[in-house]
Design a protein around this ligand. Structure first.
Ligand code: FAD
Length: 446
């Protein structure tokens, strides 16, 4: 197909807009700061009584431990009590607001979750963001007024009284997070299997797994943390992995952890049968299988769709071409440094909204998205990987930096990130976070 690349930018004059930000987690805070810096008027809607989103540890778990019942009472955060960050703090800090060690805080290079929450609280205080937040305001509807792109009704309810009110904004930035709605593994027999099944969203501490035989599905950073933690109290832990080279084996340095390929089926007598024929009679299955994007409040008449966990079409994972720049999403990409992506996206969209940076025209943005889909299709990548920045380079981050006219990102960021990724052990070895080769200063000097 021949594409005529006329650089047809959306013309916008410099302007100050009334902007709604949904969510006061890391993305909402960064978006609010950038929007405010650009001189726009911003209101942040936050459904809970605290800022920080994921980093606000909540010991409660949901009524449906697998998260399938749409009427369940939702607990936002998926934090477990022992969680320590999986990236060095030097990488996690914002470009102009480093994640410094504080005398009275958790000074480890990979601190616990409370330290991140404190960092976000300090950030919000230092940039006068707290006064922009309407706490306990849950957004229940976002919809264009009579189909006009830059007039959006935002409807919310407050906790007490559940009254619903609405207000009109010129732009809406969606920052509601994507680690709350569980995605589960599916296999024949799961509905009639007699044991307990939970998703890692509802994992807090290892005690409920004491002396149990557990099957853990998954291979991501949380799966590794939870596997290690559960194995210290459980009788046996059997990890089911999707990788093609996995076969039944006991882990060398552990006396109660086995690896298997994926689950083929489960039986009513409690058996869990894996694809290679190995099996175990288990008490609990824990699904550490990730999350789904979820925007229950968004009504766009089909302009923005969810298909196989792909939110689209979205130009550069931020703007739906036919609603840009009045509707945008921050923080969707994963397999990346979340803080860096969120900060760069926020700066970019704030400057687009104020007319300092222009977007290509609708058609060009739409064909850019089509090209991405086509490329994914040709290279055999499934649709649900659309927002996964899977390569081994910071291409997307560098593209944003380039748009913003910022100096190139320092090489150490990319190198340290990919080094850190490799250190997340594949065999449940000792805790990589305390590895004594983490001399970050040396890394940065090199
Ligand atoms: P969230 O933090 O989820 O914030 C979303 C906010 O929106 C919440 O406050 C929520 O209450 C609010 N909200 C949702 N719906 C509504 C609504 N309808 N109305 C009003 N408000 C609403 N990242 C790292 O960089 N390092 C790590 O080590 C790391 N570890 C992680 C471990 C776990 C277990 C998880 C789940 C994530 C981890 N992450 C890590 C990723 C983390 O999610 C991001 O760092 C970042 O916190 C995402 O911020 P966010 O604002 O997009 O989403």
């Amino acid at each position: 197909m021949f594409y005529l690349f006329v650089y047809c930018k959306i013309p916008m004059k410099e302007q100050s807009l009334k902007v709604a930000v949904i969510g006061a987690g890391m993305a909402g805070l960064l978006a609010a700061r950038e929007i405010k810096r650009e001189g726009h008027r911003v209101i942040v809607f936050e459904k809970t009584s605290r800022l920080g989103g994921t980093w606000v540890y909540d010991p409660r778990v949901e009524t449906d431990p697998l998260g399938l019942d749409p009427s369940r009472k939702i607990v936002h955060s998926s934090m477990y009590s022992s969680l320590r960050v999986n990236l060095p703090r030097r990488l996690m800090g914002f470009l102009d607001y480093p994640f410094l060690k504080k005398q009275d805080g958790d000074t480890r290079e990979f601190p616990g979750h409370r330290e991140v929450l404190r960092y976000l609280e300090d950030f919000a205080r230092d940039f006068w963001l707290v006064e922009l937040i309407r706490f306990e305001h849950e957004v229940v509807r976002v919809e264009r007024v009579n189909g006009v792109s830059h007039e959006w009704i935002v409807e919310w309810r407050t906790r007490e009284g559940e009254s619903e009110e609405e207000e009109v904004f010129e732009a809406v930035i969606v920052c509601n997070g994507h680690h709350t709605e569980p995605r589960i593994a599916e296999f024949p027999g799961m509905d009639t299997w007699p044991g307990v099944q939970i998703h890692s969203h509802n994992y807090r501490t290892p005690e409920p797994f004491k002396n149990k035989i557990v099957v853990l599905i998954g291979n991501g950073p949380s799966a590794h943390d939870i596997l290690r933690e559960i194995s210290s109290v459980a009788k046996e832990v059997h990890q089911a992995l999707r990788a093609s080279d996995v076969h039944f084996k006991k882990l060398e340095n552990r006396n109660n952890i086995w690896q298997h390929p994926v689950i083929e089926r489960t039986d009513e007598d409690g058996k869990v049968i894996f694809q290679d024929g190995s099996f175990v009679c288990a008490d609990i299955i824990i699904h550490c299988t990730g999350y789904k994007y979820h925007f229950p409040f968004l009504r766009t008449n089909g302009i923005v769709n969810m298909d196989d966990n792909c939110v689209g079409p979205l130009y550069k994972h931020v703007f739906p071409p036919y609603l840009a720049p009045w509707l945008s999403f921050v923080g969707l990409p994963y397999r990346a440094v979340p803080t860096l992506i969120i900060e760069l996206q926020s700066r970019w969209l704030a400057k687009v909204l104020s007319g300092k940076l222009a977007l290509p025209c609708e058609e060009e943005m739409a064909s850019s998205v089509e090209e991405l889909y086509q490329h994914m299709n040709e290279s055999g990548r499934p649709k649900h990987h659309t927002h996964q920045l899977q390569q081994n380079k910071f291409d997307y981050e560098n593209w944003l930096v380039n748009q913003l006219g910022l100096p190139p990102l320092e090489d150490w960021r990319e190198q340290l990130y990919f080094y850190a990724l490799k250190k997340i052990p594949s065999d449940a070895g000792d805790d990589y976070r305390d590895w004594d080769t983490w001399d970050i200063n040396q890394w940065i000097q090199e």
